[in-house]
Write a protein that binds this ligand. Structure first.
Ligand SMILES: Nc1ncnc2c1ncn2[C@@H]1O[C@H](COP(=O)(O)OP(=O)(O)OP(=O)(O)O)[C@@H](O)[C@H]1O
Ligand SMILES: [Mg+2]
Length: 503
């Protein structure tokens, strides 16, 4: 035990303003996540309407406003609300937890943040700027009459609510585009659909239930007309029929530190171009994985939290799992965009089960579904497989002649890549490749020199052994067991060779 050290004095150490804000503004909010964090507060204030407005001139965005018709704030609430990590009593059903979102999201995008709020006919207003923070954290209280005028003009335009809140971001250092003509139009043409997609996904349950509507408006300072773009719900689980019979299934998971969680394991139908599947991307492959919801707000949209290697496995394209989190007791990052999962929690997720099938079975079923769809897409009379890149051209030609004659054939290539320890090779059924473990290249070559077409015997034998599986004739579990066994046998040789090399 360390001997207790006596205190002899105290130093009052307030956080240094500018440095704190610089650090805070770099915690990694993207614009859509920052705006979502502000909308969380509107939902907690029971707003039914939210309007996000981008005020612009020809070259720049001069302000972003987020307006709601929620319950608003009085001066005491505004004071706590403006304070960093200010303590607000939250209900279990609230989206807010840290007392930080308003400030951290605002300063991630801007250097000045103003809040004007109306409650029971009274307007209160306050402003934070980087300079004010640097000036000993002195938050400005603003003239309520003038603030009331701004509220009437900007809050839910044309129909300012009797109570509600308007958040204004100015000096938007993160939204600067070049001064070139059209640069801003170009930026907005991609940024606005991205924002709509993010908000529509994050709040899809609120939007679907009709409890909330969100609109995005881009308003040019010299033009009167600005059409609001309504945010549509993008439900990542909204498909007509599942991609495999028997799914979705609810799997129970004993989640360390939280108790029982229910995992709703879904398999999307293959080939979907539905909005909920693509979620604004081209193929949807980055949207596989876990969808964590808390109080109906989507916290994490996809990704496997280390439970599955990689987050964009083409074989798991169709696999999505919805998980409801309890209101408290789980580590969510400040941006509310991801869940921090410990190693033992990841293990628990993998072991989730309904007594008959577990998460691994689900992953296998999702893999089988995508393979089955590819098989159907290719149809009967599929072209025969021939060895492709990674084998000498002479051998490839000879093999093609013997296997396919003059017919079309599908090539299976070979590559040296990164694989797990003990794994000598693996099949990449999507990219039609046999991957050999780069770590064991010397051991496999056993004295021969490395080249693009090295290890022809091993490659051709693996090709002969597994070529039919690229046409997906075996069930995926059986195939996996077979690959594991072959790997284990080959690894026995590798181990001896590695030892010989060491000696
Ligand atoms: N639009 C709003 N309407 C009413 N009150 C608001 C609004 N925005 C902020 N507040 C008040 O300000 C407080 C601080 O908001 P802030 O987003 O910083 O923290 P939080 O929501 O409590 O927690 P979190 O950091 O998880 O978002 C809120 O708890 C709420 O009381
Ligand atoms: Mg908040």
């Amino acid at each position: 035990m360390l001997e207790p050290l006596a205190t002899v004095d105290h130093m009052l150490l307030r956080p240094e303003g500018k440095g704190t804000i610089r650090a805070l503004s770099r915690i990694g909010y993207e614009l859509p996540a920052a705006i979502a964090d502000i909308i969380d507060n509107s939902i907690d204030a029971e707003a039914t309407r939210v309007e996000v407005t981008f005020l612009r001139n020809d070259h720049e965005i001069t302000a972003v406003t987020i307006a709601d018709d929620g319950r608003g704030m009085d001066m005491a609430a505004l004071r706590t609300g403006m304070q960093f990590a200010g303590r607000t009593d939250h209900d279990a059903g609230d989206l807010g937890t840290y007392g930080m979102g308003l400030k951290s999201a605002s300063f991630s995008q801007s250097k000045t943040m103003t809040v004007i709020s109306r409650q029971s006919g009274n307007v209160v207003a306050s402003r934070w700027s980087v300079e004010a923070i640097d000036n000993d954290w002195r938050c400005e209280v603003l003239d309520p009459v003038k603030a009331g005028n701004v509220f009437d003009e900007l809050c839910l335009r044309g129909k300012a609510p009797s109570c509600g809140t308007l958040v204004i971001w100015e000096r938007l250092d993160r939204l600067v585009v070049s001064q070139q003509a059209d640069a801003l139009d170009e930026y907005l043409s991609t940024a606005m659909p991205r924002l709509e997609a993010h908000l529509g996904l994050t709040f899809h349950r609120f939007l679907e239930s009709g409890a909330l509507s969100i609109a995005i408006v881009v308003r040019h300072e010299r033009r009167a007309l600005a059409l609001p773009r309504p945010v549509r719900p993008h439900n990542p689980f909204h498909y007509p029929n599942p991609g495999a019979s028997g799914w979705p299934k609810a799997l129970d998971c004993e989640f360390p530190g939280l108790g029982t969680l229910s995992l709703d394991a879904h398999i999307w139908p293959a080939g979907s171009s539905a909005d909920g599947f693509l979620l604004g991307s081209r193929k949807g492959v980055e949207h596989q994985g876990f969808y964590f919801y808390r109080n109906n707000r989507l916290i994490q949209a996809g990704g496997w939290n280390g439970v599955v290697k990689g987050d964009q496995d083409p074989e798991l394209l169709l696999a999505r799992v919805a998980i409801e989190l309890p209101p408290a007791g789980i580590d969510v990052n400040v941006q509310k965009s991801a869940l921090q999962v410990t190693a033992s929690q990841a293990q628990a997720l993998l072991a989730a089960s309904d007594g008959e099938v577990d998460l691994e079975d689900f992953l296998e079923a999702a893999r089988a579904a995508i393979r089955a769809s590819r098989r159907t897409a290719r149809g009967p009379g599929t072209a025969p497989a021939v060895p492709g890149q990674g084998v000498a051209m002479r051998i490839r030609r000879a093999a093609h002649k013997r296997i396919a004659g003059a017919k079309q054939a599908e090539e299976i290539g070979f590559a040296w890549g990164e694989l797990d320890d003990g794994q000598v090779f693996n099949l990449d059924l999507t990219d039609m490749m046999i991957v050999l473990n780069r770590e064991y290249r010397q051991a496999i070559l056993d004295g021969s020199s490395a080249s693009a077409a090295d290890a022809p015997l091993v490659k051709l034998l693996l090709f002969q052994l597994y070529k039919d599986d690229f046409g997906r004739q075996r069930s995926s579990r059986k195939l996996r067991e077979h690959v594991d066994l072959t790997n284990a046998l080959l690894f026995e040789i590798i181990k001896i060779r590695l030892k010989d090399h060491d000696d």
